[in-house]
Design a protein around this ligand. Structure first.
Ligand code: 6R9
Length: 574
């Protein structure tokens, strides 16, 4: 791996929160983070208490915790409101015999009650499982069945997708905006919550007690239930400070849905553990709508994903006319590699450097990041946070020198590391097959200054005539071409070269597909990157297949290409 695209952006003038922890890695101790929690003194642990009640008890109850809006309503709730609403629902759950360790799932659109009920579930020590609202019958059933969920919070509309007769463990359904029907096990969330007490003693837990489950789909086979425990709050709180750089007067907006780990770790836990005002926007994405949300709510810290930034970029500067984004002071990205072109767009158009962060459902929190106070290298995921050790390992577990491509691995443990894969210990062990390390399944390299560079999922890397090609590098070059909105790159079998590079491309507004354009784009990659990485085949698509969290599904592109079954598709966007 050569010294490619090492374009360095100077560090911003920023007096970072990292100073709280001594700035330098050598001084960092997790214990200094742990001291911030009440349980450090009391021994009484509960995530919802730390994220909500604690602020009320310490005199911050009147502060706005949640600003919810969608095209038809805008409401805000204080920390005291969150405490009251989650206490009420916690009491309802207790009334129906639900308690510590029970799995309670959420299946509803993003709306305030989703947040209240999630906190209520955590208050009584149950484990919460948020599902994407767009899941269809089988996706819902598989997850409820595997987790053995005893209760579900949903809406009358979405209830139609719940195959209750096939789910014997599912005893109670709480309907938001619906009526009780005891014979059918249906309970009105609204009426029961309204008559429940506002007083509740939280269930006091240990750091190893359950917190949340997120199902994540592997490339094949059924989705895995990634199970996290209370201990994760240490990482959520800490990264909220040093990576999100949250300060008391921030207005923070994480655009992710709670069905995706980003929407809980960083859409709920990190901001509220830090007592920050959190914006939630319901409804569908549109550039106008997103820009005006930033303007109207005076968002200061904004966490989103490359797919969204690319869509905003693709929509052109027209959609920015007349909007004031000057409230922004810190912008971050997660979920997919962040193309250098997108960072340049952020610098020029948003007036903000977009900070890439790398982590996974299984890691529970951010691990390798561009955080305030460090120099950013365009196209790099950044460096391991203080407290985290990362390395590139070969398949035998040997640490590889700088610039070698290999398995991105993290030294175990860290606070938010997954506790298990529900019902699947063998799958869990696979991640830890090399003693002392967590193997991420991503392929990357490290440079001689300790910055990490993402290449692709291990399964997605392409071997063409003996040269290893990471799809990300090719995709990033492709999106620099003015006609290209998004690109997904895969390897396809080739008799001569082993594999060749094929690119699926969606075009920007105003461009039409043609053979001449294909040639031009291929030549652009050839001259800008290398001959072997240039796509030998290009196919134009109106849309690329993506997950609900915005990841291009390369394995689906590959399955289409090879006329093979595409594996689990429950998380695909419609
Ligand atoms: C948080 C989240 C994890 C996979 C991960 C990697 C990809 C995430 C990335 C990134 C390059 C980044 N990924 N962040 N790739 N640069 N900054 O996304 O969790 O949905 O489990 O996905 O996403 O391939 O292994 P999850």
């Amino acid at each position: 791996m050569g010294k490619v695209h090492q374009e360095i952006l100077p560090r911003r003038a920023n007096n970072s929160n990292l100073a709280d922890y001594g700035q330098a890695v050598t001084y960092f101790k997790w214990e200094d983070v742990e001291r911030q929690f009440s349980w450090y003194e009391t021994g009484k642990v509960n995530m919802a208490y730390e994220a909500v009640d604690r602020h009320v008890e310490e005199g911050r109850g009147g502060k706005t915790a949640l600003i919810y809006s969608d095209p038809v309503r805008e409401e805000s709730y204080s920390f005291a409101d969150l405490k009251e609403k989650s206490n009420r629902f916690g009491n309802v759950l207790r009334k129906y015999g639900i308690g510590k360790g029970d799995r309670v799932f959420l299946f509803m659109p993003r709306q305030p009650d989703l947040y209240f009920s999630l906190l209520g579930i955590l208050k009584i020590g149950a484990v919460v499982g948020p599902l994407f609202e767009a899941f269809m019958e089988t996706a819902v059933k598989d997850r409820l069945e595997d987790s053995g969920a005893v209760a579900l919070v949903t809406t009358p509309e979405l209830l139609k997708r719940v195959k209750r007769e096939e789910l014997p463990d599912l005893r109670h359904i709480f309907l938001v905006g619906g009526y009780s029907d005891p014979e059918k096990g249906l309970i009105s969330y609204d009426l029961e919550s309204a008559s429940a007490s506002v007083e509740l003693e939280p269930e006091w837990l240990g750091l190893e007690d359950g917190l949340i489950m997120h199902y994540t789909s592997g490339s094949t086979g059924k989705p895995k239930g990634v199970y996290h425990v209370q201990r994760a709050m240490i990482q959520h709180y800490y990264t909220g400070r040093v990576v999100l750089d949250l300060r008391d007067d921030d207005i923070y907006w994480c655009t992710a849905d709670p069905g995706w780990v980003t929407g809980t770790s960083y859409g709920i836990f990190a901001p509220w553990l830090n007592g920050i005002t959190n914006v939630v926007r319901g409804g569908r994405f549109s550039p106008r709508d997103w820009y005006s949300t930033i303007e109207r709510c005076r968002v200061t810290v904004w966490y989103s994903a490359p797919t969204a930034f690319r869509m905003l970029m693709g929509a052109g500067n027209e959609s920015l006319k007349g909007v004031d984004l000057s409230s922004l002071r810190h912008v971050l990205s997660v979920g997919e590699p962040l193309n250098p072109e997108v960072i340049r767009w952020g610098d020029n158009v948003l007036g903000q450097r977009i900070h890439d962060t790398w982590w996974m459902t299984e890691t529970g929190g951010q691990l390798i990041c561009n955080y305030p106070g460090m120099d950013i290298k365009l196209g790099s995921m950044g460096q391991p946070l203080p407290g985290i050790t990362a390395a590139i390992l070969d398949d035998q577990g040997n640490e590889l020198p700088p610039y070698s491509m290999g398995n991105l691995a993290i030294k175990t443990p860290w606070p938010s590391m997954m506790d298990r894969i529900w019902n699947n210990p063998a799958k869990y062990e696979e991640y830890f097959r090399i003693p002392g390390w967590y193997i991420s399944g991503d392929s990357a390299y490290m440079d001689d200054e300790g910055y990490f560079w993402f290449l692709g999922r291990v399964d997605d890397c392409i071997n063409s005539s003996g040269e290893m090609i990471g799809p990300f590098e090719v995709e990033s070059k492709l999106v620099e071409h003015p006609a290209v909105a998004e690109a997904g790159v895969i390897g396809i079998p080739d008799a001569l070269r082993g594999e060749i590079v094929k690119a699926f491309i969606s075009l920007r507004e105003g461009y039409l597909p043609s053979d001449a354009l294909k040639d031009e784009i291929a030549a652009f990659v050839k001259s800008g990157l290398s001959a072997h990485a240039a796509p030998r085949e290009i196919e134009f698509k109106d849309k690329l297949p993506k997950t609900r969290s915005g990841k291009i599904m390369r394995r689906v592109l590959k399955a289409w290409e090879l006329h093979q079954p595409a594996g689990d598709l429950s998380t695909i966007e419609d």
